[in-house]
Design a protein. Structure first.
Length: 499
């Protein structure tokens, strides 16, 4: 059953100001869901009331005017200060940086000039706001000069400078492309990426809003990347992960983020003909129950739904391709929300001049069943479960449904049961066993192996009638039994594997 269902699209007209959408934000006002839309080409910011039936109703628009701060607007930030919702549009082409109030009905008032600055405001490529304790801090980066400027956004709607972090040979802040934040074990952490310098940095935010650099990842570290463009964070089973999209390397990279701010790479995925994130530049994360997902897009006219598995491994679920009635050509922004129990994605395009509402059917996604340090027996139900083996020699049985079985440390026995199952192996075996592989439905995921990238990296033998897959340097083997009958040499092809 497909996950994506296309809803309605809203295209640019003389009254809607949707030419060249550069950014969107979904916000909740008095129990209703609104979409904020920034148009770079028309220097406008609009608000739309959203509903689960796919109808988006225009509420208000702020058009460009002298000192509006919206000329060529490229970035939107929404925050709440003193109980008042505030919109902060940023543009590298406008010397003004203002706030706009938005009421419970989507009506926008302003601009409100931001006083109390040190003269660094204006010509901003982006801004980012976070709430820490009782305070709202805003972090900005100026076009051409880079760096990060930190401000307290107080209840008088003034910006009070908290720090100016300039670009140096060691800070990699020349062209900040994105920022995000996450709270990990009593530490507020701010992450930033520099596009052309190619760096991911993590800062600890102290109680006054100042930044302390904790770690930096460069392109030469681990798998490598080029031109990072977007960041998201997710939490899976108590672990925090950072996902970075890089346009130059057409890649998604996952890092484990530790509470002290350290970053360790755990997965790296390149765009293929089966995915749609070439020139990867747009990410959106969301959670369903205890499972965490990412929507990723770039320049190849579509988007891909991926899940972050418990160890940080990326798993591709489904890809949606642009059509005549959608705005998935050169996607500029993706936002996900829940309206009346429906998971809704709003996808906008800078070239097709509008946005599309898409429903995601996640009803079949079941629970995650975790192993322990003991030798566990894990059993799924009729839903699409994840079984995660962890330590020791485990027995995993997916039951009905399209399950994901992740082996963990030890020699495990994996039974998919009925349904189209995926057996995920990490680079730790020496031997694993699949008891019921179905050639027409099941797959084996070896993307966690750094020594394996192609079907030709494997070879196959028969041992006492059992098909054996030899992985990498023959240090790891998988015994594969069929659900019915026996498997022969040549039965498994490249289509049965994920690399």
């Amino acid at each position: 059953m497909p996950i994506f269902t296309i809803g309605s699209s809203v295209f640019d007209t003389d009254d809607t100001y949707l030419t060249g959408i550069s950014d969107t934000e979904i916000i909740t006002l008095n129990g209703s869901t609104y979409l904020l839309v920034a148009s770079r080409a028309e220097s406008a910011v609009s608000s739309y009331l959203l509903s689960a039936d796919g109808v988006a109703v225009l509420q208000d628009t702020i058009r460009y005017a002298y000192l509006s701060g919206t000329y060529g607007v490229s970035d939107l930030t929404y925050t709440v200060v003193g109980g008042v919702g505030m919109i902060l549009p940023a543009s590298g082409y406008d010397t003004e940086f203002n706030s706009f109030e938005i009421d419970d009905f989507g009506q926008i008032a302003g601009p409100n000039p931001l006083s109390g600055s040190s003269g660094l405001l204006g010509n901003l490529s982006m801004s980012y706001a976070l709430t820490y304790g009782d305070y709202t801090f805003t972090y900005t980066s100026a076009q051409g000069t880079g760096g990060i400027q930190a401000y307290l956004f107080n209840r008088n709607y003034d910006f009070v400078e908290r720090g100016n972090y300039v670009d140096t040979e060691d800070t990699y802040l020349g062209d900040v492309a994105d920022m995000t934040s996450v709270y990990v074990k009593n530490n507020m952490l701010l992450l930033s990426i520099s596009a052309h310098e190619g760096a991911l940095s993590c800062y600890r935010v102290n109680y006054g809003g100042q930044l302390v650099l904790r770690d930096t990842v460069l392109p030469g570290d681990a798998s490598g990347f080029s031109l990072p463009q977007a960041l998201e964070t997710v939490s899976v089973n108590g672990k925090t992960f950072v996902i970075m999209a890089s346009a130059g390397s057409n890649s998604l990279t996952v890092y484990r983020l530790w509470h002290h701010g350290g970053l360790d790479e755990v997965d790296h995925l390149l765009d293929t003909t089966a995915t749609r994130f070439q020139d990867a530049s747009v990410l959106e994360s969301f959670t369903v129950g205890e499972r965490s997902f990412i929507l990723a897009a770039g320049s190849d006219d579509g988007m891909t739904l991926l899940e972050i598995l418990p160890g940080g491994h990326l798993f591709v679920h489904e890809t949606l391709v642009d059509d005549f009635n959608t705005t998935l050509n050169n996607i500029s922004s993706i936002e996900v929300t829940v309206i009346d129990g429906e998971i809704i994605a709003i996808v906008s395009s800078e070239t097709e001049h509008g946005f599309t509402q898409i429903t995601l059917d996640m009803s079949g996604f079941g629970v995650v069943i975790y192993g322990t340090s003991a030798a566990d027996t894990l059993t799924g139900d009729a839903d699409n479960n994840i079984l995660y083996g962890r330590l020791n020699d485990d027995t995993l049985n997916g039951g009905a449904g399209d399950d994901i079985l992740v082996d963990g440390f030890g020699s495990d026995v994996l039974t998919g049961g009925t349904g189209a199952d995926v057996f995920v192996f990490v680079n730790d075996i020496p031997s694993e066993t699949i008891t019921d592989f179905e050639l027409d439905y099941d797959r084996i995921d070896l993307s966690g192996f750094s020594t394996v990238s192609h079907f030709s990296d494997l070879y196959f033998t028969l041992e006492s009638g059992t098909l054996v897959v030899h992985v990498g340097n023959d240090q790891d083997i998988i015994y594969v039994h069929a659900m019915t009958g026996e498997l022969s040499l040549g039965d498994l092809t490249a289509d049965h594997f994920i690399f």
